[in-house]
Structure formats: structure tokens, C-alpha cells
Design a protein around this ligand. Sequence first.
Ligand code: UT7
Length: 330
Amino acid sequence: MYASLKSIGSYVPEKIMTNKDFEKIVDTSDEWIEQRTGIKERRIATADQATSDLGAKAAEKAIQRAGINKDEIDLVICATLSPDHLCMPSTACLISDKVGIRNCMAFDVAAACSGFVYMLSIAKAFIESGAKKNILLVGAEKISSLVDYTDRGTCILFGDGAGAAIIGVTEDKNEAIIDIHASADGKYSDLLITPGCGSKYPCRADNVDDKLQYIKMAGNEVFKVAVRTLTKDVVDILKTNGITSDDIDLFVPHQANLRIIEAVRNKLNFPKEKTVFTVGKYGNTSAASIPMAINDAYEAGRLKKGDLMLLDTFGGGFTWASGLVRFGGD
Ligand code: UT7
């Protein structure tokens, strides 16, 4: 019995924020942003949309495409770094309620941008052990709520959006999640961090005045570790499974920066045609980035049943993960 990625869906808010819009609020330029990041525009949620609203819309699409009833879903997991509420309830609980899924286990995963691939690893274990049969995974982010729009080093990078998948059971290895490698190293935690509004720097006026509730990133240092780690991660998972980049149908990297994607792609010799690029239109959507990219490929007709995807992601923690996943959907 194998775990299989049966369907994919995504949702992005309507409002588009372009690089030109940033020229009006920080000292930057359209040229700088595009050259250094590949980002042209990103989506921004409305004030009354929370992360769970974006996640619920993506989830509805994934459920409908899987062709299952909501009452067949026996586990809901949400990966996010921008939960609706800091402690409770979990965003997974809120998404379950909005979608109409009752009486099943629901919880959040905190692994920053690596969240979706971490969830695949958890879902694979639940399915292969026989404990669950239909798992809804949602990567959803309203990162605009955590961004300091006076910090030009971070504000231009992020966008809002959500992606979702149904992981089910298959007996056919040609539709299975083959392998997931997931890892972390907390010694780098200060390089990419939202310091405030947790137990260390509670949501007090002084901490908020110091802007500790916003994302802080040592961008250039993160960049170097990201390229090194993502490349090694891909080499390792291919080697462990005895396959080469030629066997991969679709390379789906985390969409943080086009230069990072290109560095990894060139080192491993993945052709452009086999790589998914969404960073230009959505920016970095953290835990939503990988499922949104898979959905983009699916809707463009680039992903068929049985195709072998290579997923690769890196984020705050630091956390990183790669996955070899055969698409099990129609
Ligand atoms: O998803 C989790 C993982 N996240 C990532 O992987 C993101 C990794 N980091 C990056 O994508 C890049 O480091 C950035 C896009 C954030 C920055 O690009 P960079 O080439 O590493 O630039 P830098 O940080 O070395 O800064 C170069 C210069 C600096 O000016 P000085 O000190 O040389 O005068 C910055 O102040 O660029 C300046 N700068 C900007 N200039 C115009 C930084 N942000 C901007 C900006 N517009 N928005």
C-alpha cells in the first residue's frame, strides 16, 4: 500500500502588487527587484481574508478534483507561517470548518517554506501505516500580514496564496510518493525569523514598537546556504533512489528567488522545459509555494498521471526537504 498525490488545487487573491507599486513605498526599482529575484508581481489578500480563507478555497478545489466526498477525509494538515491565530485554534481546524469536514484529526505544521514537503512526509507515513486513507494537505499563507512594508530587503519578496492536495491510497507504485527527505538545523534560526509575538517577545507595546512581529532576514546569507543545501539535497535524494535528473519529468523547486532556482537547475542540468517557475507572478508564498507551483503545471497541462516530480524546498529554521513524487491524479 502506497501513498499517492491524487489531486492538486490552489487559490490566489485577486489583488496584484507590482514592482512599480513598491517604488512608491520603499527605495527600490522594478529593475532591481526583477534582476535580483525574478519577481514581477505578487498577490495580496484583502483585509478581511485570513490564511484559512485562502486555504479553504484551495482545499475545495483539491477535494473536487480528487472526486471524493468530504466525509471520506480522515486527516487535515495545514502548513503555514502566517496562521490565523498565534496559538489556537490551528489553521487546519479553521479550514476544516470552512470546508465542512467534521470529526477528524486536524493540526498545523510549522516548518516555514518547507511545510508542504514536510506534510507529504507525514501523510506518507500515516497512509503507509494504514492509519488514514484520505488526507487533505493545505499550504496557505497571508504573509502580507507579517511583512514590514518599510523594509525593502524583505517586503518585495513575499506574496499571499494557497495550495492544497489530497493524499490517498494506491497499490500502484507508478502513482506513489516514492521518497521524502526532510531535515532541519536550528543553529541558523536567527538568519530568517519573526522574533515577536511568541513567548520570547510577547505581543507587548514595546516589542511591537520595535517591529518584532515582522519577518527579518539576512537575505544574502540565507541565499548562500539555500543554494548549497538545495543542491546537495537533490543530489542526495536522486542518489539514494538510484535515478538521475534525466528520469525526472518535472522539477518543482521552492519559489523564493529565480537566481536560486537557476543555480540549482544549472548545477544539476535540469532543462528549463522540465522546471516550474511561478516566482515571477506570485513571489515567495512560503508553505504555499510548492503546491501552487504543482497546480500551475497541472493547469498548464504539464503534469500527467505517473509523471515523476522532484520537489526541493528550503526555509526558516532552517528547514529543508526534497521529494520524489509520482503524480497520482487524472
Ligand atoms: O523562502 C525562504 C528562503 N528565502 C530565500 O531564499 C531568500 C534568499 N535571499 C534572497 O533572495 C536575496 O538575498 C535578496 C533578494 C533578499 C537580496 O539580494 P542580494 O543579491 O543578496 O542583495 P544583498 O542583500 O547582498 O544587498 C545588495 C544591495 C544592498 O545595498 P548595499 O549595502 O550594497 O549598498 C542592499 O541594501 O542591495 C540593497 N537592497 C536593495 N536595493 C534596492 C536590498 N534590497 C533592495 C531593494 N531594492 N528592494
